[in-house]
Write a protein that binds this ligand. Sequence first.
Ligand code: NAD
Length: 292
Amino acid sequence: MARIGFIGLGNMGGGMAANLAKAGHDVRAFDLSEDALARAKAAGCLPVESAAAAAKGAEAVITMLPAGKHVAQVYEDSVFGAADTGAILIDCSTIDVDTARRVADAAGAKGLLAVDAPVSGGIAAASAGTLTFMVGGGDTAFERAEPFLSDMGKAVIHAGGNGAGQASKICNNMLLGATMIATCEAMLLAQKLGLDPQTFYDIASVSSGSCWSLNTYAPMPGVGPQSPADNDYQGGFAAGLMLKDLKLAMEAAGTVHADTPMGQRAAELYAKFADEGNAGMDFSGIIKMLER
Ligand code: NAD
């Protein structure tokens, strides 16, 4: 079992660090929030007083922070100076591709290996240890990171070099945002044309319109399998996080001059939905806005 530094014990990081402790690792945990530290302690981690203390002497340093600026700052101010040469740095946060590549280059210049390893799956998957990790980094770095990620997830996939994990994540979520809106539109139109929504579901979910947003996450209550729609759009994946990922996708598209009209429109619609006070609602709740 290894010593692991874990920085960022929020909704996602809290459950992930707990699973590493459950797997028998010595987890040195740090967060700016006292509450988060107390929860980590109760879950079997050892709270420490700084990010540098978490990184010092660790075989793996894992970060689960809000955005690129937090990751860059924690790496520059704390991790690079404290981590042992030979430590693997694993950033599981969802951040912009450029920052992911920049921090990996900076780590490399200091003789440290780094991967970006953002996740698919929400808070429930983080707690249950069933996340999917999409990993960007060299072969050696991937091999070093893989066993730690396996203790927190059900699938660990090597996407390519540094930044490829973040690229996979934002492209996946751009597709998800666009298909969710398209699913909402199609279900509402079918209903307005006089179709029973469940009948439309039964047809489209086994026809060429089938997609994850329809088949497993149908945005109308009582249609398809259980989903946040059946719980008044609570829980699940917050619209505010979908908006964050769509903005990252649009930013990345701009840097490589990719034409992404559907992603752009999805970003605009989720921005409107979030502005109307719905950032905390599940992202499938956007059907309510389209219905009006
Ligand atoms: P969160 O806000 O609950 O947790 C972030 C934690 O980081 C907080 O506890 C905060 O105190 C801590 N933090 C911030 N700056 C810090 C610093 N300098 N040093 C130490 N700790 C610091 O966010 P979350 O929901 O856990 O999400 C974390 C990341 O995972 C984000 O990048 C998010 O986009 C991504 N993500 C979230 C979900 C989800 O469903 N919540 C799903 C997939 C990916």
